[in-house]
Ligand binder design. Sequence first.
Ligand SMILES: [Zn+2]
Length: 103
Amino acid sequence: MASKKYVNPFQDVHEKAQAAIDHARRVREEEAERRKKNAEEEAARENVVPRRKLRIVRRDFPPLGICEWCNAQFKSTLQQLDKAEFEIRTLFDAHQCKREDAS
Ligand SMILES: [Zn+2]
């Protein structure tokens, strides 16, 4: 006598659907975890190297550059503009940003 285990077809469908839902949730959780990790790493990088930008506000003598992040000013006494800009950029690269609104 062949006995066949009775499987409720609806039960079977339900289990497969549940497995798919579980899988989708795991994928979503892994994705969320990955995004969170990336955001934290990005924030850590920005703490080490703040996003700052030098703006040359005056190109005739005496040239003047400012940091768009902290408004620090950089002046050069060099007459040659290309050298003056290089000096300003060097000063900019060396300076420590101090945001007035920083806590
Ligand atoms: Zn600065």
